[in-house]
Structure formats: structure tokens, C-alpha cells
Ligand binder design. Structure first.
Ligand SMILES: Nc1ncnc2c1ncn2[C@@H]1O[C@@H]2COP(=O)(O)O[C@H]2[C@H]1O
Length: 511
């Protein structure tokens, strides 16, 4: 157990320390402080709540009060706190229990520790485990269960029974909540009670002008930003676009949406994480700025930028091929079609329903653009770009597709960093496949990718010599045709094709 939070009772904290000497017990005075601590730890990276199983032991208050938004938040029940945490921190493995049930809860989580002991164990649990959430029967398909290295032997009927993150439990909760007409207003409760802006710390001296200058060019390098800065930059862009489009949202509501989104991406993924989401949103926004004359409303630009920041929520850091073979419960639900993209769309729509329902008046823009990022459909989009075709893809879908793979069009030193990260993620996928195929010895396949990225291109290539070949394969197979076509259709986007050609020439020189 990594962390045991004792909430709302100092005596409880003392008791838990003696009961569980191996756990890191932290006393937190109230729910509001607990939430602030979870956000702060996540933003600083000191605890992502993804690598270990953590538990909140909550002493419910004797009386409830709604005199102020903060007292209302601090007097919620344990059941409500559990729901709130699942909503606000969907990818965390963080359970809630009461003091009376603490012993049983800790015991339960300890038996499941192996599911989270290594990165490959975690990813495999997320993807293949058929745990659908508390009191939920789950898919229980023998083919899907067989590949999850969980504690099936000790728990043959259900792979786990408390709040351990799986993609299926995530989706099940979302579906349950959309089926229920009465949504608990947790997001309103939080944004009324907490000052979320105070959580965002940008380095001293970095003014808004500094970030706007950084965001307003194609040289934007998301790797230079920490998580707080990523949230801040997203707030700047979306705040401005929302004002331009007349889509009202308060600063605190927008910060809460962005913190919820950050907590809906797996921070441990090498490539498909919140940094990639912000990079794609910045690219989307920049492309829209250059194509300004083609839009008849500011709302379209806002919608496609919102779609961009949410387009990979809940991504497991693998790919559709691995979702389908071995068959995961999620691939089964989506009948193996655009599995991850459908998953992202459903999860993200639920977040928007809670945090910015007005955006969902145009739900089809959000879902169509996210679904367009499925690379299995790439050639369809490229072929239809031919102006003689009657089935012209929408401009917004083309923009988000281009932004999603725009890393190959960034200046070389930035493009190479993205190439390293995607290569590490591909290596991890290869390791996962070996892990799933073999019962032992899989640790030997665990790639080492946790070191900081070297600064210069040549050092990165010494460490990752396969990159030139990989980049040429990707550019030749996918990127070149898309960016050449876009340049033909829109002269404002010719620079994308020029940049990719320049990078391609460099990679060819390295072969
Ligand atoms: N620089 C790159 N090199 C190789 N593959 C890439 C690169 N950038 C993006 N991709 C691939 O393009 C895909 C776009 O959709 P995904 O984000 O699902 O997954 C992405 C990767 O598989």
C-alpha cells in the first residue's frame, strides 16, 4: 500500500499507523484538503496515484452543513466521496472506505498488489481485466480474462472487488452515469468550494506574454513545460477561444475541467499522455489560426480545440491492435472498430457533460473529429481530400488528424523528442506482447525508457539508433501524403509539407 489517507479524524490516523505499520499514513483534516492534496501531488508528479493502490479512510462527519460551499463539500458521505473521486480522478487507483471497513479494505487491496507491481502488469490490468466496478458483474469472458495477469487463481470469480482502475470499470461507470438522468453536481460543488487557480504554479517571471509567445508559433515544444504549465497554457487558449465564441465558462470551472482531463490521462504513458493532448490542441489552434478565413464561426475553432485536448483520454499507452488481440473487454464492446477512439469519445463526452454541457450541444463535432484520428481510416481521409471527390472530409476532421501527427512537421530538435517518446511506447507494446505470451521471464523484456530525454538530436540518435528508420517509415506511409494533400488544398498549410520534407531529408542522411 503506498498511501493511506485518514480523513477527518486525528485519532483514526494514530490507529491506522499502529494497525498498518508498512503503510504511509497521512492525516488530512477534511475532504476539501484531501482534494487539494491529490491535485497538488499530481501536478508536481510526487504521486500520480497510478503506480500503487491507495486508500482513503473517511470518518464521516457527525452532522452535515451546507452553510458554505466548503462546509457542504466537507460533509458529504463516504459513498458520495467515493463517487466524487471516481468522477474527478478516473484513472487513479484510489479507493474510499470507512474506519469500520478499513481492515478488510487494506487486506483486499494488498492481495491485488501484483496487478500494479510493474508497468506491464498495470497496463495489462487496465486493458484486459474484466473488472467492471463495484457491484458490477463484468464481462467475465474466459478469453478476455485469460490474458490479465491478475490474481485470478486466488479470486477466480471476480478479478478484484475494490476500486482498482481498469478501462472496463472506467467505461462502465461512465455508461451508468449517462443512463442516470440525475447527475450529482460534484463538479459544481468543487468549483464553488476550492480556489483551483492557486494550485497552478508557473515558474517565477514567466508572464502570460511569455506563454502566448511560446504558444503562438510552430516551434512550440510541450516537453519544455511541466504539468502545471501545461494546464496554464491550455487555460490561456481555451479561455480565449471560449470568450471569442461566447461559450461562457468561469475560470474556476475551466481549471477544474483541465485538472479532471489531466487526471484522465495516464501520466506514466511515454507518448499518449496529457502533454501529447496539449501539443495536439496547440497544433490544432495554430492550424485554425492559419485557416481563419475558412471558418464562418468562432464556435468551430473552440469545438475542435476542445476535441483535441480530450482526443486521447484514458489512453492505455498501447494501440488498437493490442486491444483486439488478445481480445480486451473494451474491444469486444466496440466490436473491434476504432476501439480506442470510441472509448476516448465516450469518456470525454461524460467529462464534458459534467463540466461544460454547452459544448455538447455540438456533440457530433466532438465525436466526428475524435473518431477521425483513427489511423486505420487514414487513407480514406487522404483519398477523399482530392477536390474532385464528392465525399469531401470536413475541414475540422482534417485539421485534428494533421495536428495529431504534426510532431513530424515540428522543427527537427522537437520532432526528434516526440520520435523518441513514440519509439519508447512502441517498445513497451512489444514488451507487453511478450509479457502476455510468456508466463515468466517477462521482466527481461521491460524496456528502459524512464531516463530524461537528451537535449541534442545527435545524443538522442546515439541512444535510440532505430529512430531514422522508424521516422522514414511513418513519414512515407502516412505523413507525407496527408501534408502534401493539405498543402495542395490550402496554400496556408504548405509549410507543413515543406517541414516534413526537410526532416525527411535529415533522416535519409542518417540511413
Ligand atoms: N513520430 C512518429 N513516428 C511514428 N509513429 C507516429 C509518430 N507520430 C505519431 N505516430 C503514430 O500515429 C498515430 C496517430 O494515432 P495514435 O495517436 O493513436 O498513435 C499514433 C502513432 O501510432
Amino acid at each position: 500500500m503506498s498511501m493511506l489517507f485518514a480523513v477527518n479524524s486525528p485519532e483514526l490516523s494514530t490507529k491506522l499507523v499502529s494497525q498498518f505499520p508498512d503503510s504511509n499514513v497521512v492525516h488530512v483534516p477534511c475532504v476539501a484538503d484531501l482534494l487539494l492534496r491529490l491535485y497538488a501531488n499530481r501536478l508536481s508528479g510526487s504521486n500520480t496515484y497510478e503506480r500503487n493502490l491507495s486508500l482513503v479512510v473517511y470518518q464521516e462527519p457527525a452532522s452535515t452543513s451546507s452553510a458554505t460551499p466548503e462546509s457542504a463539500l466537507n460533509s458529504i458521505s463516504a459513498e458520495e466521496l467515493s463517487c466524487l473521486i471516481q468522477k474527478q480522478f478516473p484513472c487513479f487507483s484510489l479507493s474510499v472506505t470507512t474506519p469500520a471497513n478499513a481492515l478488510e479494505a487494506v487486506g483486499g487491496l494488498n492481495t491485488r498488489r501484483t496487478m500494479y507491481s510493474t508497468r506491464l502488469n498495470r497496463v495489462s490490468t487496465w486493458m484486459y481485466n474484466d473488472y467492471a466496478g463495484p457491484d458490477q458483474p463484468g464481462v467475465n469472458d474466459s478469453e478476455t480474462c485469460a490474458h490479465s495477469k491478475s490474481d485470478h487463481k486466488s479470486h477466480p470469480a471476480s478479478s478484484c472487488s475494490s476500486n482498482v482502475y481498469t478501462m472496463l470499470s472506467h467505461l462502465t461507470k461512465v455508461r451508468r452515469s449517462s443512463a442516470c438522468n440525475q447527475r450529482k453536481p460534484y463538479s459544481k460543488m468543487i468549483s464553488s468550494a476550492l480556489d483551483l487557480r492557486s494550485l497552478i504554479h508557473v515558474p517565477r517571471g514567466n508572464t502570460d506574454k511569455y506563454y502566448w509567445d511560446f504558444l503562438s508559433t510552430w516551434d512550440f515544444c510541450a516537453m519544455r513545460l511541466n504539468t502545471s504549465e501545461l494546464v496554464w497554457c491550455s487555460y490561456l487558449i481555451l479561455g480565449k477561444l471560449a470568450r471569442d465564441a461566447g461559450f461562457e465558462v468561469s475560470d474556476n470551472e475551466l481549471f477544474l475541467l483541465l485538472l479532471t482531463l489531466e487526471a484522465s490521462y495516464h501520466q506514466g504513458n511515454k507518448f499518449h499522455n496529457f502533454r501529447h493532448a496539449v501539443d495536439v490542441m496547440q497544433a490544432t489552434w495554430q492550424l485554425c489560426c492559419r485557416l481563419n478565413s475558412h471558418f464562418d464561426s468562432n464556435a468551430s475553432v473552440l469545438l475542435v480545440c476542445v476535441a483535441a485536448i480530450g482526443h486521447d483520454v484514458g489512453h492505455p499507452g498501447t494501440n488498437n491492435a493490442l486491444m483486439c488481440d488478445p481480445l480486451s473487454p473494451i474491444a469486444k464492446l466496440y466490436q473491434k472498430k476504432s476501439v480506442l477512439e470510441n472509448f476516448h469519445t465516450e469518456i470525454f463526452s461524460d467529462i464534458l457533460r459534467d463540466h461544460w454541457p454547452r459544448i455538447l450541444e455540438k456533440q457530433s463535432v466532438i465525436s466526428d473529429t475524435i473518431l477521425a484520428t483513427d489511423m486505420a481510416l487514414h487513407s480514406q481521409y487522404v483519398d477523399q481530400m482530392d477536390t474532385s471527390s464528392s465525399k469531401h472530409p470536413t475541414l475540422l476532421s482534417l485539421i485534428i488528424k494533421a495536428a495529431d501527427i504534426s510532431n513530424v512537421t515540428r522543427p527537427l530538435h522537437i520532432s526528434t523528442k516526440w520520435a523518441v517518446l513514440i519509439t519508447c511506447e512502441f517498445n513497451e507494446c512489444a514488451a507487453l506482447l511478450k509479457f502476455l505470451q510468456k508466463d515468466d521471464g517477462y521482466e527481461n523484456y521491460m524496456p528502459e525508457c524512464d531516463d530524461p530525454l537528451p537535449d541534442c538530436v545527435e545524443s538522442m540518435l546515439i541512444k535510440y539508433p532505430s529512430i531514422p528508420k522508424g521516422q522514414l517509415l511513418f513519414i512515407n506511409a502516412f505523413a507525407e501524403s496527408l501534408f502534401a494533400g493539405l498543402g495542395d488544398c490550402f496554400h496556408e498549410l504548405k509549410f507543413l509539407h515543406n517541414n516534413v520534407q526537410e526532416n525527411k531529408k535529415f533522416w535519409e542522411g542518417k540511413m
